[in-house]
Unconditional design. Structure first.
Length: 202
């Protein structure tokens, strides 16, 4: 099940630590440690993994704010790729660190830059982003996944003037909202996975 997440550029929703949410995740992204209770996006995870297994060096995941892009990557894609021997590094657009670029590994390497729009400031962050990408480009077998919100897509122009087209050749994936049936299935699997049950007739 995905959850709406606050981005680093929006006001974060502070959830009191004392509240008990049971098996459900509050309004923050799922993390890699939440893999066992991340439901409903199996198809999208598999499709994204297949996309990154292709010949091209980069891919783009985009969608509306809060649709679950971060959760998809952290709790779905990264655990799957790590199980295949891929070294994974995660960065956010407003916190870029060259040291987070993974080294080469037998299964390949993936660098995911989440909330890419935060780095497209045509200033210091953009310069740091370029340095990160240059370092990543020197790693054998490296794939780069850019994650961006719909409303920031127009800002890719500045970066593409420096790097070339991002997510070209069919390497773009749009994350859609889940329909009611999938949401209901996620709710049921989350409840049952947490050790609870539905009473008859619910």
């Amino acid at each position: 099940m995905t959850a709406r997440q606050p981005t680093s550029r929006s006001a974060s929703l502070l959830v009191p630590r004392s509240r008990d949410f049971g098996p459900f995740k509050p309004l923050v992204p799922f993390a890699e440690t939440d893999r066992a209770r991340f439901f409903g996006r199996e198809r999208e995870v598999a499709d994204l993994a297949d996309l990154l297994a292709g010949e091209r060096a980069s891919a783009l995941l985009y969608g509306e704010a809060g649709i679950g892009k971060t959760s998809l990557v952290r709790a779905g894609l990264v655990p799957l790729l790590k199980s295949r021997g891929v070294a994974c590094g995660l960065l956010e657009g407003d916190r870029l660190d060259e040291d987070a670029v993974p080294a080469a590994a037998p299964g390949g390497a993936l660098l995911c830059i989440d909330d890419l729009g935060a780095a497209l400031d045509d200033g210091p962050r953009m310069e740091k982003l370029v340095r990160v990408l240059q370092k990543a480009g020197g790693v054998r077998g490296m794939k780069i996944l850019f994650v961006i919100e719909d409303h920031d897509l127009w800002r890719l122009d500045g970066l593409e003037k420096l790097t070339g087209h991002i997510g070209g050749g069919g390497m773009r994936s749009h994350l859609e909202r889940m329909d009611e049936a999938r949401v209901a299935d996620c709710d049921e699997r989350t409840v049952l996975g947490g050790g609870a049950y539905f009473e008859s007739g619910l």
